[in-house]
Design a protein around this ligand. Structure first.
Ligand code: GTP
Length: 597
């Protein structure tokens, strides 16, 4: 395909502004799928995504569009995730394109992730076409939102394309804007191959699948490719494009996007951002890689059944191939046995990985409390990174502890501003800026990440009845008065439940966890004290009363099947329990206990 006929673009938007719906419409318009194949939101291929209605993995589709100028263009569409946790995936999708469609909900206007995404697109050197979606809604105010795009983002919005992705209104207007307003890619096909490794994942049938964007040269079937950073070479099995079905092609030239399946033994070989070249005639230089993703939230994952440790290791390896922003290292816990310390981009990312492990790999897991990465300086000058509160050295040996801070941007309608500001200051936030855009406020705060990882986002949403939007970036480390709080169940410390907190919040959080555990841990035949302590000093305490009778005693009469059901149910519950000394703690207690408030 000649370069002038190619357009590579991403769709960027705040969550729920209609990105996936628009992508579906574009695919449908270009006839990529027959109507009966057109399941809603075809790009969101993972079940979890469809259920949660959010886009996790960036995906790509090749479309053919016969434009009004008589030329048939090849359009490569990259879908991008909208949630803050996945900013990294956005940046790597953008590196594979020359332009972006900026979708803004005409009834909502500019939100926190609209801004964050636009900045990333501008960083990637993109041409941007604003699209006002949902103009079918009675609450749509396209003129006001256009003005907002100009005022807040500083993008000309006069010729924004007005559409309804839902009804299909003016989808052709979007396609015309893509071919007339976005630039064609450049690249010399006679030069040695340079292709960007945009993404890779593990497919149970095909093995390792790599998504590439060719920058120069030509990628051919039967070629031997070399991963330049990694330094390994592999024969190519197959090359193709997504239409969105996988369709083999003979080669891919400059400006084109597609997939490679290659004979790779280890899944760890593919690093996103690596440059792929021809092993026989290699390029001399690598393409600029991606910003590496730095996990900001860590937690331990342990198999409920110790025999599943190897299976967990293998599954984590496969997941990592699919998701390079996810990290894991082996760890062992006195309470939980052997498992892995895993790093995530945020809490949603953590939840999704956990869910995928249980669904796709059928693993039954226990997750410990999420924690941020602290930097410790010991009295002897040693500096250590603390990924796990259980590893906290004796406080008398520690000179100082630094914690990560973030810079958060919050958009919120006027009427909820007061409660949002209160939430931020309760979480030790420091106001940086407060401005108004129409009847919405934009508050910029610096906050300790520790105060945000657990439930800040949920609280923000509930306080503002869903109207606040939030985006953040990590913004350095600062010293803080931080303490480790240990939890003791029946006088035994449960290492997996210990956590770090600011001293000013220690009492409140210790109390709330003890109260929670009291409700979460089932009664046993004896009394169980639950205590929270800093060092040797107990700062909160609850007691679970003893259970009086056998639970099956409830089923008086001779209904044996009911009795059996109850016992089966208990057995099912047992699988997700862990024994601590004489006490069993259900897995749900670990997660629930650490959600604050
Ligand atoms: P994420 O993938 O979660 O980032 O969201 P998204 O931006 O892809 O949004 P999605 O396409 O899932 O749309 C969000 C909601 O808005 C869905 O319920 C859509 O049906 C609805 N929606 C999308 N476009 C329109 C539109 O033009 N008009 C109306 N009324 N609703 C729309």
């Amino acid at each position: 395909t000649s370069l002038a006929r190619i357009r590579n673009f991403a769709i960027i938007a705040h969550i729920d502004h209609g990105k996936s719906t628009l992508a579906d419409r574009l695919i449908q318009f270009c006839g990529g799928l027959a109507d009966r194949e057109m399941k809603e939101q075809v790009l969101d291929s993972m079940d979890i995504e469809r259920e949660r209605g959010i886009t996790i993995k960036a995906q790509t589709v090749r479309l053919e569009y016969p434009a009004k100028d008589g030329v048939t263009y090849v359009l490569n569409l990259m879908d991008t995730p909208g949630h803050v946790d996945f900013a990294y995936e956005v940046s790597r999708s953008l590196a594979a394109c020359e332009g972006s469609l900026l979708v803004v909900d005409a009834s909502q206007g500019v939100e926190a992730q609209t801004l964050a995404n636009v900045y990333q697109a501008l960083d990637a050197g993109h041409e941007i076409v604003p699209i006002l979606n949902k103009v079918d809604l009675p609450a749509a105010e396209p003129e006001r939102v256009k003005q907002q795009i100009e005022d807040v983002i500083g993008l000309p919005a006069d010729d924004a394309v007005m559409i309804s992705a839902k009804t299909g209104l003016n989808i052709e207007g979007v396609l015309e804007a893509i071919v007339t307003r976005l630039p064609a890619p450049t690249g010399d096909e006679t030069k040695p191959l340079q292709a960007l490794l945009v993404d890779s994942w593990y497919d149970p049938y095909l093995g390792v699948v790599i998504l590439v964007r060719v920058k120069q040269g030509r990628l051919r079937r039967n070629m031997r490719i070399r991963l330049m950073a990694k330094g390994t070479a592999h024969p190519v099995n197959d090359i193709g494009v997504f239409t969105p079905k996988m369709q083999p092609v003979d080669d891919l030239g400059p400006g084109e996007m597609g997939y490679i399946t290659a004979a790779m033994k280890t899944v760890a070989d593919c690093n996103v951002g690596d440059t792929i070249t021809d092993d026989r005639a290699p390029a001399t230089e690598q393409l600029p890689g991606f910003r590496p993703s730095i996990p900001v939230v860590w937690c331990g994952l342990f198999p409920t059944d110790a025999d599943e440790f190897e299976k967990l290791r293998e599954s984590l390896g496969k997941l990592r191939l699919n998701d390079s922003s996810f990290h894991f290292d082996p760890e062992s816990s006195a309470a939980l046995g052997f498992g892995f310390r895993c790093g995530f981009l945020g809490l949603l990312h953590l939840e999704i990985v956990q869910e995928r492990l249980s669904r796709e790999f059928d693993l039954d897991l226990i997750a410990t409390a999420p924690s941020v990465v602290y930097k410790l300086t010991k009295n002897n000058g040693d500096e250590i990174e603390l990924h796990n509160p259980a590893d906290m050295p004796d406080p008398s040996l520690v000179k100082s502890i630094q914690e990560p801070w973030i810079k958060a941007t919050i958009f919120v309608p006027d009427e909820y501003l007061g409660s949002i500001l209160a939430l931020c200051s309760e979480r030790r936030g420091v106001q940086v800026d407060l401005t108004y855009v129409g009847n919405r406020a934009m508050a910029v705060y610096r906050l300790p990440l520790n105060e945000v990882v657990f439930d800040f986002y949920d609280r923000l949403k509930s306080i503002s009845r869903g109207y606040a939007s939030f985006d953040y970036a990590v913004d350095g480390y600062e010293e803080g008065d931080l303490v480790k709080i240990s939890i003791l169940v029946n006088n035994e410390p449960v290492d997996a439940l210990s956590f770090m907190a600011h001293r000013s919040a220690a009492d409140r959080r210790a109390r709330s966890i003890c109260e929670k555990l009291k409700d979460l841990i089932p009664r046993q035949l004896f009394k169980i004290p639950i205590q929270a302590a800093i060092g040797g000093k107990v700062i909160a305490r609850e007691t679970i009363g003893a259970m009086s009778k056998d639970v099956t005693a409830k089923c008086y009469g001779g209904d044996i099947s009911r009795k059996r059901k109850l016992l089966d149910k208990q057995k099912e519950g047992k699988k997700r329990m862990r024994q601590f000394g004489k006490v069993e703690i259900p897995q749900s207690a670990f997660i629930a206990a650490l959600k604050m408030d």
